[in-house]
Structures are given as structure tokens and as C-alpha cells.
Design a protein around this ligand. Structure first.
Ligand SMILES: Cc1cc2nc3c(=O)[nH]c(=O)nc-3n(C[C@H](O)[C@H](O)[C@H](O)COP(=O)(O)O)c2cc1C
Length: 520
């Protein structure tokens, strides 16, 4: 594999095709899990100074749906308490479950493939009340920050992202991923998961920020190596994925020319040995931006033409504006549904999820509100008053285009990698994208971003479902078969992610087994 640049888009295509699941590939994979090397779920810096986060912090009180649909923070001040809340509802340890035979499972605020939680969160802060300026790592296990660098590095972030507003934000969260935590189970396909899983966390983070009135937006174009260096990451193993500037700083922006001398803080190894997946590193390298000029050209500068909407869309019932459950309650009560009952959800409930999940993302890769990279296809198994069948959802018109009518439960289960969750759900939402034009526009970086957008919308689907009292799960799938199923409509597109919604057999969403809500 010869290293190539962001503009050589054969690389993303090659990665995508080589990591596609098919009926044959899963049977031929031969991969078995080595439980002796299962990576530890927490990154531990034993030698760094610790700042405990306050355990009394505000819960986002706003109704879940309202928080999901709010994009302008009201200008509330970022304090250590609101920072603690944002970190907890994005990446916090929210539940512990003890297995009957012993052993404990830890669950986090957002769903994550295989509960492997490879996404780490760092804070690059200016001077805040009760927190001195610095670069910190968030440790969800003991709910504290550990300081990697002292001083104000917001200017450096602004330079790395060619973004003048970043230095004026009170702090910026940086989401990173440790490859091995996910490749241990999912091998090279894990690279896709980095964006699905950071996407579900960003769904929580953006809604929590809105709920607390703190301005937040998503920055995805930056010179990768500069951010990795700032965070002192071993970039062969852990890489920066996204930035989220938060709040507005009361103090003047810092100087941009602070030095980021290399530092090598000690960390505890995740497991006794690790397996390398060169394809993952390759995909990251070819979608990295190496200089500011490249970044300026790749960032979308004009909104583009709106799509023409087909005639004969079936209108959905009006979405609810409120679900009656606060965002904090929804996130704490959430847990991926492990078995659906097959019972229907209402058309209004589906309409509400689809509407609120697709109102837009305040992100630099989307040139205008209402633009998106991914398309939502549905297999309706059991939704009251909506005939079972295959559909394409048009967010602009909040209507669905029927592609085929009929009972496709069996096919839905098959497409979701033969998992019963796909067949028993009320509805499956399949995220597809026309990768060709996306890569033409954004280079290989577009591959990251299309997967990320699917993860964010999927994460919002979870929130919308749990807010209304039913369940959800992310699912993986057979790539080519999904596209064939929705073709000819989906011809030329690629399948990126699946989220299924429906009624849990346990009735109460999220509380499927007695769980102890973890006190941070
Ligand atoms: C992107 C994504 C893909 C997932 N894929 C599957 C899947 O294929 N099968 C499954 O049973 N669960 C799947 N899940 C659910 C995870 O296993 C679940 O989020 C994880 O175990 C943590 O549990 P929690 O969501 O209840 O907190 C997926 C979740 C996400 C976010």
C-alpha cells in the first residue's frame, strides 16, 4: 500500500470494498476473539496531575426533542460544572451491570460497537472558573481530568483547524479513537466504527450543549498531525477525529504561537499484546489533511443546489415537538434494545424520530442547514397505519417515497448480518450514501464524514426513540446486499450504517436488566 494523499480517492473506495461484509466473507473470516488480550476500556495516565470533576452538576433539563432540535446555544457560560455535565452525558460511565456468575460490564452514555468504547475525550481549555488553562484528558472511570499540558493552547487549535473562532471558544473538546480497542474484535472494519461511535457521542454532546444553553459546533477539517501532537498521541495507535468548540471565552484570545514541545506521558498498556491492522492506519493516513492550504480547498464554500423532491411522497403525521422526557433522563435510561417484541410503534412516533434526527448538524462539512451526505432508507416491519415495505425518507419534505410494499421482516433480519433484531424491530433505518460524488468533493476525508454523519443521525434516532418510550439499536449489515435490496433506487450508493427502532420485549426501554445507575 503506497501512501497517497486525500485527493487520491481510490484509497477510500479500496478500504470500503475490502472491509465490506458479505454472506461469504463472514463465514470465511476465521477471526476468533482472544479474550486474553481484550483491551482495557480506560486510558490511564498514572503520573499526571488530577483535577476532580464536580459530582454535582446540572442535568440537561430540556425536553429531549427540543434539545435535539436546538442549534444555537443561548450563550451560557462554560463552568467546571457544565463541563462536567457535558463530559458525563457524552462519554460518562452511566451504568454498571454485574453478570450472574461474576464480572462487571461498564456502560457509557452513548452506544458503542461491541461496548468497546475506543473513543477518548480531551479538553483544550482557556482559563475557566476553577480550571486553569491547559490540555486535559477526560477519565470517565474516576470522573476526573488529567493535565497533559499547562497553558493556553486554543490558539494552536485554531491554527491547526484554520478556524479563527476556536481561540475565542471557552474550551474545545477533541474526540480521538484508540484503534486497538475496536480492532481487537472488528479488525480492519473498525475504522468505520470510529466514526459511527464518535457520531453517537456527538449526538449526545450537541444536544446536551443545547440543553445547557452552551454554544457548540462540530469541526472536522484540521491538520491531523498538529492536533495529534498537541494531545501527545502515539498516532500509530490513537488519532484525533473531531473537535467541538464550546462556549465563548470572556478573556481575550490567546497567542497562536505557543510551542507544542513533544511530551511523552506514560500510559498503562491496554493489553499484554496488540495486533496491528495496517489497513486501518492506511485509511487514516490517506484521509488526513497535511497542510492548511489543502484544508481551505476541501472545506465546502457554497451551499450547492437543493435536491428535487419526487412527486407522490407519502406525508408522515406531524412530529411531536416534545416527548415529555428530559434529555438527562433519556440518556440515563438509554440502553441498546437486545430483543424487540415485534409489536408496532405508531406512525407519529416514527415521524417524530425521523424529523428530529435530520434537522441538520452544526458542522463545517455541511455547507448549509438541511444539506446532508447520507440518505435514509427504511424497511417498515410494524408501524401503525404505514404499510409494511421499503421506503426512502425525504427530510426536506418530511415524507416517504414507497419503493416496494410487502412484508420484508425476513430480509431485514438477513440484511442486518442475520441478526434477529433487524427482523423483530418495528422499522430499520439504513443509511446509504453516494460515496462517489462525496469523495470527489471532499477527498478521502469525505469517507470519514459520511460515516460520521450516519453515526450522528443514528445517535439521534436512539435519543428520539428512548425519549418516546421505545427502544433502538445500532446494527451492522451486509454491504452489497443492502444496496441491492434498495435498488434500483439506491444503485450507485453504498451502505454505511443501520439503526433499528421498536418495542422491547421488556417493555421499559433501557431498563432491560436491573442496572445500577453509576454515580460519577
Ligand atoms: C454503531 C453501532 C453499531 C452496533 N452494532 C450492533 C450489532 O450489530 N449488533 C448488536 O447486537 N448491537 C449492536 N450495537 C449495540 C452495541 O452493542 C451497544 O451499544 C453496546 O453494547 C453498549 O450498550 P448500550 O448501548 O446498551 O449502552 C451497535 C451500536 C452502535 C453504536
Amino acid at each position: 500500500m503506497t501512501p497517497v494523499g486525500n485527493r487520491d480517492i481510490r484509497a477510500a473506495r479500496e478500504y470500503h470494498d475490502r472491509t465490506a461484509h458479505s454472506y461469504q466473507s463472514v463465514r470465511q473470516s476465521g477471526h476468533v476473539l482472544d479474550w486474553d488480550t481484550k483491551p482495557f476500556l480506560y486510558k490511564v495516565y498514572p503520573d499526571l496531575p488530577v483535577t476532580l470533576l464536580p459530582r454535582e452538576f446540572p442535568q440537561p433539563p430540556q425536553d429531549t426533542l427540543e434539545a435535539m432540535a436546538t442549534f444555537e446555544g443561548k450563550g451560557a457560560t462554560l463552568t467546571l460544572e457544565t463541563l462536567a455535565s457535558l463530559l458525563f452525558f457524552t462519554a460518562g460511565l452511566t451504568k454498571k451491570k454485574t453478570h450472574p456468575g461474576g464480572g462487571e460490564m461498564h456502560f457509557r452514555a452513548a452506544p458503542s460497537t461491541g461496548a468497546l468504547y475506543q473513543t477518548e475525550v480531551y479538553v483544550v481549555a482557556g482559563e475557566l472558573p476553577a480550571l486553569s488553562a491547559g490540555v486535559y484528558h477526560f477519565s470517565p472511570g474516576d470522573f476526573c481530568l488529567r493535565r497533559l499540558r499547562a497553558g493556553d493552547f486554543r490558539g494552536e487549535l485554531g491554527v491547526a483547524a484554520v478556524d479563527e473562532r476556536i481561540p475565542t471558544a471557552a474550551a474545545t473538546l477533541v474526540l480521538t479513537a484508540i484503534y486497538w480497542r475496536n480492532t481487537w474484535k472488528y479488525q480492519a472494519r473498525a475504522y468505520r466504527h470510529l466514526f459511527w461511535d464518535s457520531g453517537t457521542m456527538l449526538a449526545n454532546l450537541l444536544a446536551t450543549a443545547a440543553g445547557l444553553g452552551i454554544p457548540a459546533r462540530l469541526v472536522t477539517f484540521f491538520v491531523d498531525e498538529r492536533i495529534n501532537r498537541l494531545l501527545a498521541l502515539d498516532a500509530e495507535k490513537e488519532v484525533s477525529l473531531e473537535l467541538v468548540p464550546l462556549g465563548t471565552s470572556a478573556a481575550p484570545p490567546p497567542a497562536a504561537d505557543v510551542s507544542t514541545e513533544p511530551i511523552t506521558p506514560r500510559t498503562i498498556p491496554l493489553s499484554s499484546s496488540e495486533v496491528e491492522y495496517p489497513l486501518v492506519r492506511y485509511m487514516h493516513a490517506v484521509s488526513s489533511l497535511v497542510e492548511s492550504d489543502e484544508l481551505r480547498t476541501v472545506r465546502p464554500s457554497h451551499p450547492g443546489e437543493p435536491r428535487s423532491i419526487p412527486e407522490h411522497l407519502v406525508s408522515l403525521p406531524g412530529p411531536l415537538a416534545r416527548a415529555g422526557r428530559s434529555l438527562g433522563e433519556t440518556i440515563l435510561g438509554r440502553g441498546s434494545t437486545r430483543q424487540f417484541s415485534g409489536q408496532p410503534i405508531s406512525a407519529e412516533a416514527l415521524s417524530t424520530v425521523l424529523f428530529h434526527a435530520t434537522r441538520g448538524i452544526p458542522a463545517d462539512f455541511l455547507p448549509a442547514p438541511g444539506r446532508r451526505l447520507v440518505d435514509l432508507y427504511l424497511i417498515v416491519n410494524a408501524v401503525e397505519t404505514i404499510p409494511s415495505g421499503a421506503y426512502c425518507y425525504w427530510p426536506e419534505a418530511h415524507g416517504v417515497e414507497m419503493l416496494a410494499s410487502g412484508d420484508f421482516r425476513r430480509q431485514a433480519g438477513y440484511l442486518c448480518l442475520e441478526q434477529a433484531l433487524g427482523a423483530d424491530a418495528g422499522v430499520g433505518i439504513f443509511f446509504l450514501a453516494a460515496l462517489g460524488p462525496i469523495l470527489e468533493r471532499l477527498g478521502n476525508r469525505g469517507y470519514r464524514l459520511a460515516n460520521l454523519e450516519a453515526g450522528i443521525i443514528g445517535g439521534r434516532c436512539y435519543l428520539g426513540a428512548y425519549a418516546q418510550g421505545f427502544g433502538a439499536s445500532g446494527l451492522t449489515y451486509y454491504d452489497g446486499d443492502v444496496v441491492r435490496f434498495f435498488s434500483p433506487h439506491a444503485r450507485g450508493k453504498d451502505a454505511l450504517f443501520v439503526t433499528v427502532l421498536g418495542r422491547s420485549v421488556k417493555g421499559v426501554p433501557g431498563i432491560e436488566v436491573p442496572l445500577q445507575i453509576a454515580k460519577p
